[in-house]
Every structure is written in structure tokens, then in C-alpha cells.
Design a protein around this ligand. Structure first.
Ligand SMILES: Cc1cc2nc3c(=O)[nH]c(=O)nc-3n(C[C@H](O)[C@H](O)[C@H](O)COP(=O)(O)OP(=O)(O)OC[C@H]3O[C@@H](n4cnc5c(N)ncnc54)[C@H](O)[C@@H]3O)c2cc1C
Length: 307
């Protein structure tokens, strides 16, 4: 029987592990198939406080893990496949082995949707991004392309005009899912050029480890052409990793956990941390802060039970 199991080893899970380990709760962290979470996909992180020169994403999360381990946190490879949260202790299926726990911290993140193009994954952190707040700064006076048709694509495109020489917004349809106000704001921004009914077919240049150009195709005319691009932002949404809870945890229609205040979910003893609940900020520092909140709540929950 565990005091606390933490699902996920990104910023939220690792920070929750540091706090619960220092509270002597000997947490078990299930790393998941993306050990280190989304930061393990990227290169330089310049906005996490405490690193004036910046720090590589994989180093940052590895440091957090080492810090948690130094206080007694235990990490297991693999993923949680199933959960039974109908009564306590909660039961968690880790790669086929059921483990019981008194509290659970869900820090399973929300994965960015990608286009699935050849080379796209290899170029993440080298010109391909899913986060304008994180990476816009790297593209001062550069040619930027944003793909998507929803509010977040409009928001990212508008934000990126602060940096880029030009921002081209590529959308596969004529109509946009974005709200009128967001769309109007983008349309009135003189730095944004719209390319509708258009898809991206290729990203270059994997062999040089940077983005240099993309091949586009107009779906109406069939015309295909290449354009030079330095920064390529994919803004087609995120998928919160909440399927394993089979509807036991209250979520919004997109699958993001609904907070009951603080780090509380609808189930007492189950807490949320990080991007799995956050569709607004999605930053390493906010995920870490949320991990801290979940850990303190779990600790107090156990203490109130007379632990
Ligand atoms: C390319 C890129 C660059 C970024 N750059 C920055 C930046 O410069 N600055 C910044 O502040 N933010 C940046 N971000 C955003 C930042 O990475 C996220 O906000 C942050 O990682 C969220 O942390 P998290 O712990 O909530 O989730 P994640 O980092 O997504 O971690 C989720 C964890 O849950 C695990 N998991 C999922 N399902 C299961 C399961 N069934 N069982 C067990 N484990 C599971 C995964 O394996 C993973 O370890 C970037 C994101 C991306 C994609």
C-alpha cells in the first residue's frame, strides 16, 4: 500500500514528487511512455526561473527527478493502463500489476496534436514548436508559419507578430473554428497573412537539423509550392491524457480535469497537477506550481486521516 502514487514524470509530477518525498510520504512516480514529459521534447528553456542562461528541457526535468529521488521518491518505468477509483484505497494498474494507494496525484499532461508529417518530430526544438509563449522569442525578425484554424492558432499567430518579420497562418478549410473576435483580431493584424484551403505536405530540412522551408498544397486548385520558413508552429490543439480514468474523474467535454478548487478533483484523495487540468497557461512553471499544490493537498489529506 502506497501513501501516494503520482501519474506522470513531467514538471508537475516531478515537483509533486519532490514535495511528497520531503514530507516523508515515499511517493511512487509512474513515468509513462514520455519520461520527463513534454520538456523532454524540446531544447533550450529560457523562461523557467533560476536559470539566467536558460537550460535544456531534458536537463531541467532530469534535475527535478534527481532532486525527488534524493529525498526518497521512487520511479517506475511504464504507464498506468487502468484505474479503479470507486473506493479507497484506490487501485492503479501499472503495466498489468495492480498497486493500491491512499492518495493519487494525476500529472499525466496534455499532449500537443501534431500534423504527423515526416521529420516533424525530429525538428521539434529545432524550428518546429507547439508553443508560441515558449519559443516565439527565438524567431525575432524571422519568417514564421502557424498551422491551425481555432482560437489558439489565432492567439499564437497574433502573439508571434511581436517577433517575426512575417507570420503566415495556414488553414486547410475556408471557414475557421476560431471565435469571431479572435479571427477578426488576426485578420486586422497587418503582419498576418492567411493561406486558406491549404495544407502543409513536407517540412525541410531534417538533414540540417533546422526548419528552412515547407511544401504547401492548395486543396482547391491542387497547386503545390515551397515557401521559406524559419519557425513552424503547430496550433491544432492538445489531447489531455485522461482516458485511463474511464469517466471516473469529472472532466470537461475535451477531457481536461475539472478542478473542484485548489488541486482537488471530484474524488476526495485524488488530486490534479499541471497541463492535464490547465488549458490556459500550459507552462513548465505553472505545471511545477500545480505539482506543489497537489503534493501539499495530498499531505494534508493524509494528515487529516490521522497519518
Ligand atoms: C516542444 C515544446 C516546448 C516547450 N517549451 C516550453 C518552454 O520553453 N517553457 C515552458 O514553460 N513550457 C514549455 N513547454 C510546455 C511545457 O513543456 C508543459 O507546460 C509542461 O511540460 C507540462 O507539464 P506536465 O507535467 O503537466 O505535463 P507533461 O510534461 O505533458 O508530462 C506528462 C507526463 O505524464 C505521463 N503520462 C501520460 N499518460 C500516462 C499514463 N497513462 N501513465 C503514466 N504516465 C503517463 C507522460 O509520460 C509524462 O511523463 C513546451 C512544450 C513543448 C511541447
Amino acid at each position: 500500500m502506497r501513501n501516494v502514487i503520482i501519474i506522470g514524470s513531467g514538471c508537475a509530477g516531478n515537483t509533486a514528487a519532490i514535495y511528497t518525498a520531503r514530507a516523508n510520504l515515499k511517493p511512487l512516480v509512474v513515468s509513462g511512455h514520455e519520461a520527463g514529459g513534454q520538456l523532454s521534447l524540446t531544447t533550450l528553456v529560457e523562461n523557467f526561473p533560476g536559470f539566467p542562461e536558460g537550460i535544456n528541457g531534458p536537463d531541467l526535468v532530469e534535475n527535478m527527478k534527481k532532486q525527488a529521488q534524493s529525498f526518497g521518491a521512487e520511479y517506475v518505468h511504464g504507464a498506468v493502463l487502468d484505474t479503479n477509483l470507486s473506493r479507497r484505497p484506490f487501485r492503479i494498474d501499472i503495466e498489468g500489476e495492480w498497486v493500491e494507494t491512499r492518495t493519487l496525484i494525476i500529472a499525466s499532461g496534455a499532449s500537443a496534436r501534431w500534423l504527423g508529417l515526416a521529420g516533424e518530430q525530429k525538428l521539434i526544438g529545432h524550428g518546429v514548436s507547439s508553443c508560441a509563449t515558449c519559443d516565439g522569442f527565438f524567431y525575432r525578425d524571422k519568417k514564421i508559419m502557424v498551422v491551425g484554424g481555432g482560437d489558439s492558432a489565432m492567439e499564437e499567430a497574433n502573439f508571434l507578430t511581436r517577433f517575426g518579420r512575417s507570420v503566415t497562418l495556414v488553414h486547410r478549410r475556408e471557414e475557421f473554428r476560431a471565435s469571431k473576435i479572435m479571427l477578426d483580431r488576426a485578420r486586422h493584424n497587418p503582419k498576418i497573412r492567411f493561406l486558406t484551403n491549404t495544407v502543409v505536405e513536407e517540412i525541410h530540412d531534417v538533414s540540417k537539423h533546422l526548419v528552412s522551408a515547407v511544401r504547401l498544397r492548395n486543396l482547391n486548385t491542387g497547386e503545390s509550392w515551397e515557401e521559406e520558413v524559419d519557425g513552424f508552429f503547430v496550433a491544432i490543439g492538445h489531447i489531455p491524457n485522461t482516458k485511463i480514468f474511464n469517466g471516473q474523474i469529472a472532466t470537461d467535454p475535451d477531457g481536461y480535469i475539472l478542478s473542484q478548487g485548489g488541486a482537488r478533483t471530484n474524488i476526495p484523495g485524488v488530486f490534479h497537477a499541471g497541463d492535464v487540468q490547465d488549458r490556459v497557461y500550459r507552462q513548465a512553471i505553472t505545471a511545477s506550481g500545480a505539482g506543489c499544490m497537489a503534493a501539499i493537498e495530498a499531505e494534508r489529506f493524509l494528515e487529516a486521516e490521522g497519518d
